[in-house]
Design a protein around this ligand. Structure first.
Ligand code: FAD
Length: 420
């Protein structure tokens, strides 16, 4: 195969890796595994010490993984590590609600039986997912993980990129990928600006144990103050993502456990019997933050570094895994064709594939949150009528189910369950 003209072989051989990933949270490891599967040498630098996170007990953090994300995780060798630890999501029920009345009679109901692929998604605890990523990375000979190391500077030239770590060590590669989360320093250092706004809401995140089984049903209650998601975990446990106006959330978080539960109960209702806390209590201030470009010379952004969205539909990580599938496919195919995969025209293919999709989804979630996080009676009537109409139309309902399962749109091969 022809070598790319602007990337002499001598320079490539001197580089520490083909691709350097800043951030070993969730999308970073997924991308490293996807790229390594295509024969590329990858170094992942993560500020957090890896063993501490993998060996942690259950801290209440969990994710809903769409069906398509499960396919990607299967191909990159992560799914076998978590298959016995996940909770399938068989149904989703969404209802308008008011604290004190618990769940209103549901007005939207999605059942996985209406599509052929199986469960719409799976709930997995952060500690299990991260440990699975770590095990898979450690087993991959062409991945180097530097955890507990922080990138403090980066520079690019025609053939590659060099980063400097806080320890003073320097690393070079042909391409730098920022998987360093919502406040991406990789994007900032490259001069990529961001758009977005704060929601004035904070998510209270924890897990509860309950008397009755959840039967694999995920609930979303739309309260005037913000949505409450009750997501099934293995056993009689559920993950809670409870969005409240920030001042109120701060007050609730300051309560002791018993008063916290007393504040949650009227919102949660009693449909699962009595509830008690089963995880640490976290808060996350909610904002929308979109990078104004997903690429720069020798650089690409993936996951929250590119788009931090409202957790209303539990899609943040799923969007990131779509980025992973798209970028890995673009880079590996470019490499196979003998192109310089760090060149701007190659990176532009990734940006074109992902930027419109993520912006549309981020703004869609933003609108849903605005439409539902208020108590205007006219708006309540309009949205109840709208949702009732969706519920009454099987074709439309099926489309929503496929979207929730991540099966719509131009899916990268990994999300179709295929090798690149
Ligand atoms: C309340 C809440 C609930 C959510 N629920 C869901 C859900 O159910 N389903 C779903 O799909 N998504 C969900 N999400 C979204 C999901 O958590 C994120 O999309 C996902 O964690 C982003 O992963 P990431 O790897 O892109 O970034 P992060 O997980 O933020 O990882 C970034 C990593 O970069 C490292 N880093 C940063 N700077 C540097 C540096 N200079 N040098 C080295 N390392 C660095 C950090 O240490 C960190 O490990 C939720 C989010 C919130 C807030």
């Amino acid at each position: 195969m022809d070598k790319a003209p602007d990337c002499p072989i001598i320079t490539r051989m001197k580089q520490d890796a083909d691709i350097l990933i800043v951030g070993g949270g969730l999308n970073g490891p997924a991308l490293a595994l996807a790229l390594a599967g295509g024969g590329l040498r990858v170094t992942v630098v993560d500020a957090r010490p890896a063993p501490a996170r993998a060996e942690a007990g259950f801290d209440g953090r969990a994710y809903s993984l769409a069906h398509a994300s499960k396919r990607l995780l299967s191909v990159i060798g992560v799914w076998p590590h978590i298959a016995d630890l996940v909770q399938p999501i068989l149904e989703i029920k969404a209802s308008d609600g008011h604290a004190g009345t618990g769940a209103a009679p549901f007005f939207l109901h999605f059942d996985h039986a209406e599509i052929e692929e199986g469960p719409m998604g799976f709930m997995v605890e952060d500690r299990h997912l991260y440990a699975a990523f770590l095990a898979a990375m450690q087993a991959a000979p062409n991945i180097t993980l530097l955890s507990g190391e922080t990138v403090t500077a980066q520079s690019t030239d025609q053939t590659g990129v060099t980063v400097t770590l806080a320890s003073g060590r320097q690393l070079s590669a042909r391409l730098l990928v920022g998987c360093d989360g919502r406040a991406s320093g990789t994007a900032q250092r490259a001069g990529i600006s961001r758009s977005g706004w704060a929601y004035g809401q904070t998510a209270l995140v924890t897990a509860v144990e309950h008397d009755r089984p959840h039967n694999g049903i995920a609930h979303q209650f739309f309260m005037p103050q913000g949505p409450l998601a009750i997501l099934p975990l293995p056993g009689n446990r559920s993950s809670i993502v409870w969005s409240e106006e920030t001042t109120r959330a701060t007050q609730i978080q300051a309560l002791n456990d018993s008063d916290y539960l007393n504040a949650l109960r009227p919102r949660f209702g009693d449909f699962l019997g009595n509830i008690k806390l089963a995880g640490t209590r976290f808060t996350y201030p909610l904002n929308l933050t979109l990078a104004n470009s997903f690429i720069a010379p020798r650089l690409a952004l993936v996951g929250d570094a590119a788009h931090g969205v409202h957790p209303i539909a539990g899609q943040g990580l799923n969007l990131g895994l779509r980025d992973v599938g798209a970028l890995a496919q673009v880079l590996i195919e470019a490499q196979r064709r003998g192109e310089d995969f760090g060149a701007v025209d190659v990176l532009e293919r990734y940006q074109q594939w992902r930027r419109f999709d993520t912006t549309a989804l981020a703004l869609g979630m933003d609108s849903v949150n605005r439409l539902f996080s208020n108590d205007n009676p006219l708006l309540r009537m309009a949205r109840d009528l709208g949702m009732g109409a969706v519920n009454a139309m099987p074709a439309l309902r099926r489309r929503f189910i496929r979207t929730a399962a991540g099966l719509d749109g131009d899916l990268p091969r990994l999300l179709q369950g295929q090798q690149i």
